[in-house]
Design a protein around this ligand. Structure first.
Ligand SMILES: [Fe+2]
Ligand SMILES: [Fe+2]
Length: 199
């Protein structure tokens, strides 16, 4: 371990000092700037994971985002589309909520809602084949974002399983992910940059 790296000295948080938190705060800013890279790395875990589908989960993600982009959607929307299934690896029983939590600080409320609830709306296209209720989305009928979520699934998500579709590569979307994730719109943990960094 590198002994020259500055570290906080408390053993319990209640012993913490301003000096400790200056160290941790500085580290946090640098760590947070690497978020887009970590998210992109995690998205790549979906490559080759077919789960019986005609395309792998990464291709499905790229195709969903490509279809949204080619339909003229803005960058926040396209990034949400790209990441909407990123929760499949860690949230096998609640993947929309995992993705929604990741995009939440960076996208408008409508897009967060779409991401969080797309599972119920996507079910309209297949739940009845698995003994479930294809109308599960009706629980949200009347919500202000109901139609937007239904449109996302109809136009992009349920349509993104075509092995012959020419999707853009992940490299095409990387700059968009970096721009959208460069700065949170809202976060409990949003720290102001120190004055000396704002030259
Ligand atoms: Fe999904
Ligand atoms: Fe999907």
């Amino acid at each position: 371990m590198d002994k020259t790296v500055e570290r906080a000295t408390f053993r319990e948080m209640k012993e913490g000092t301003a000096q400790d938190w200056a160290i941790i705060g500085g580290e946090y800013r640098a760590f947070a700037r690497g978020l887009a890279d970590r998210v992109l790395d995690h998205l790549r875990l979906l490559k080759g994971d077919f789960g019986g589908f005609p395309v792998c989960r990464l291709e499905h993600s790229l195709q969903t985002a490509t279809r949204a982009h080619r339909d003229g959607r803005d960058e926040q929307y396209v990034v949400m589309a790209l990441l909407h299934d990123i929760g499949d690896t860690l949230g096998s029983y609640n993947h929309p909520e995992v993705a929604a939590a990741i995009v939440a600080p960076f996208v408008r409320d409508e897009l967060h809602w779409i991401c969080k609830h797309h599972g119920h709306f996507q079910g309209y296209y297949y739940f009845h084949y698995l003994g479930m209720d294809r109308d599960a989305r009706e629980a949200f009928r009347g919500h202000e974002h109901f139609d937007a979520c239904a449109e996302f699934c109809e136009k992009y998500d349920q349509a993104a399983f075509d092995p012959d579709y020419e999707s853009e590569p992940l490299s095409f979307f990387e700059p968009m992910v970096r721009r959208v994730m460069a700065r949170p719109l809202a976060s409990l943990y949003r720290l102001e940059e120190p004055a000396e960094a704002a030259e």
